[in-house]
Design a binder for this molecule. Sequence first.
Ligand SMILES: NC(=O)c1ccc[n+]([C@@H]2O[C@H](COP(=O)([O-])OP(=O)(O)OC[C@H]3O[C@@H](n4cnc5c(N)ncnc54)[C@H](OP(=O)(O)O)[C@@H]3O)[C@@H](O)[C@H]2O)c1
Length: 197
Amino acid sequence: MKKIVLVGSTGVIGSKVKKLFEENYHVVTVNRTSGDFRLDMADAAAVEDMFKKIGSFDALITTSGYGKWGTIDEHSIQDYHDGLNSKLMGQVNMVVIGRKYANPGASFVVSTGILAQYPVPGGISLGMINAGLEAFVRGAALDMENMTINSVSPSFAKETMELMGMDSSTGVPAVEFAKLYKEAIESGKSGEIFYAK
Ligand SMILES: NC(=O)c1ccc[n+]([C@@H]2O[C@H](COP(=O)([O-])OP(=O)(O)OC[C@H]3O[C@@H](n4cnc5c(N)ncnc54)[C@H](OP(=O)(O)O)[C@@H]3O)[C@@H](O)[C@H]2O)c1
């Protein structure tokens, strides 16, 4: 059975990804507070130590990372750094360090979000992070021989809108995003951003 490392397996989207992949893959779960391995993906030394323990693997999905929600007036400089360290560099750590341990032909999928292309008030940090990460994906795809790297760019998950007490009628069920990670892994494409239809 192929081995997939899933970072963020307890989240709104990651829990659906886990369910989908468990049918055909051995899923190794990674979070800060639960799972087979517990770490903050922003901690590069901890990430390296984890991959040494996991050994070789066939796919890696990250559905994890923090970015502040708030307007420019509500952001301190540290808030931008916190998001860059977590959602952007955390996922970059997983790819850059993980590829040294991955089997030939391995697939990587990170999570960005449509704020990269469609800004809304409050989305300044996440939009910046998502755009930077998508540029990383396109660049890394050129350099990562014998491997693929893609991004899934979710819009707003219905479940997340409900958790935030918002009207969720325009939300996309998280399971629809989960299917995109599978499509990205199995497509053979690289350097692509996968959006919900
Ligand atoms: N949900 C949406 O509507 C939406 C929209 C656009 C983009 N996205 C993006 O999609 C991804 C998943 O979103 P989500 O809403 O499913 O997230 P979520 O419900 O907040 O779950 C995040 C998951 O990642 C883990 N995690 C968070 N930070 C981590 C870190 N630094 N190191 C290791 N594990 C970490 C969490 O577990 P622990 O707390 O135990 O660490 C949890 O399992 C995120 O990158 C998010 O920005 C989501």
